[in-house]
Design a protein around this ligand. Structure first.
Ligand SMILES: Cc1cc2nc3c(=O)[nH]c(=O)nc-3n(C[C@H](O)[C@H](O)[C@H](O)COP(=O)(O)OP(=O)(O)OC[C@H]3O[C@@H](n4cnc5c(N)ncnc54)[C@H](O)[C@@H]3O)c2cc1C
Length: 323
């Protein structure tokens, strides 16, 4: 049984359509609800309407141009306005992104409704959403059921669901009124900085090569980058080497970093702490190279090489380059 209407906070990708985070949530939302809508902070463009429809949404609620105002402030105010007016949804889902978290938190305060965060799965019980969240570093899952309130708000972890287009026609676009948000509404985004990187993004790459403390020293991280380049993938890292300042935080895979789900994940000199595993154990094939045959990473690896990264990786690079 479905649960009325779910609104999904829609974030826009570089190509003008909805982001992969949003389309992942839409795939799940349409299993749960009778009707799924997308709400965007900005214009409801043709690209957004097409992308929403193709992923199973019937309607896009668009605030119209926010003139550089913050997404969280205005989108939350707009959704809260709809809920107070009785034209809002039963539940609101957003991705665990900077804007998604901002929308969920402000909406929660505005309508005095709870948020379930860090959700990796969702189901419906009666007319309530039930979220599954990993706790204790991903070693245990708990289920939380909403028991009331004006809205059920959940924040979804990236890569929890698989986006799949339904082939639906473009969604219809409706204007969503944005109530005045007082002083918060006056804040303006002044500038945007896009981190430069070559090759695929870490959380979108089909192949990810990550390095850990077993590399020994910062300079040896080039091995990881070289291997990633040869394989057409992205380079990642354990928190140990991010904390040590070898690579920026944006490389970190794990509980407090990025969640990745590539076809192939290579872990070089990474022990496999649970906080690292929660960020990569959904990968299709996991290959580990570690000199300690007892390392926990071998517990999740499909293929393992017990050996010294400084010996194995150069050989591997040589063999791959020779192909
Ligand atoms: C709240 C919290 C959140 C955290 N979030 C994250 C997170 O998001 N991501 C994350 O990664 N960690 C996270 N951690 C840290 C995590 O607990 C581990 O400390 C960290 O993942 C260890 O990194 P590592 O595997 O590189 O280092 P280590 O655990 O030191 O492992 C190094 C490995 O390299 C092997 N090795 C050594 N030399 C060689 C060699 N020459 N050749 C081959 N193998 C070799 C060793 O056998 C060892 O297994 C978090 C911790 C906490 C408490």
């Amino acid at each position: 049984m479905g649960m009325g209407t779910i609104w999904v906070y829609g974030e826009v990708a570089e190509d003008g359509g909805l982001s992969s985070m949003t389309t992942e949530i839409l795939a799940k939302a349409r299993e749960l609800a009778d009707d799924v809508h997308v709400v965007v902070g900005g214009e409801g463009t043709d690209a957004i309407a097409a992308s929403a429809g193709a992923n199973g949404a019937s309607t896009v609620h668009a605030t119209g141009d926010l003139a550089g105002g913050l997404q969280g402030v205005h989108v939350a105010a707009a959704i809260a306005g709809a809920i107070e007016a009785g034209s809002g949804p039963a539940a609101v889902l957003a991705g665990t992104t900077y804007d998604g978290r901002d929308v969920a938190a402000r909406l929660s305060v505005a309508v005095d409704a709870p948020v379930i965060t860090n959700v990796v799965d969702l189901e419906v019980s009666g007319d309530a959403l039930v979220g599954t969240e990993p706790v204790f570093g991903g070693t245990t899952n708990v289920k939380t059921t909403f028991t009331g309130g004006k809205a059920q708000i959940a924040l979804i972890r990236p890569k929890s669901f698989v986006a799949e287009e339904t082939g639906g026609a473009a969604a219809s676009v409706a204007a969503l009124a944005v109530p005045d948000s007082g002083a918060a509404g006056a804040a303006r985004v002044q500038d945007r900085f896009v981190e430069e990187s070559d090759g695929p993004k870490l959380d979108e790459a089909g192949t990810v090569v990550s390095g850990g403390r077993g590399l020994g020293e910062a300079d040896k991280y080039t091995m990881v980058e070289d291997l990633a380049t040869v394989l057409g993938g992205a380079a990642g890292a354990s928190r140990a080497i991010v904390d040590a300042g070898w690579v920026p935080y944006s490389y970190q895979v794990g509980q407090t970093g990025k969640v990745v789900k590539p076809d192939v994940y290579l872990a070089l000199g990474i022990s496999g702490a649970t906080q690292h595993l929660v960020g990569m154990k959904g990968s299709k094939t996991i290959i580990a190279i570690n000199k300690d045959e007892e390392a926990p990473i071998f517990g999740v690896a499909d293929l393992g090489i017990v050996g010294d990264v400084h010996k194995v990786v150069p050989k591997l690079l040589e063999a791959l380059k020779a192909r």
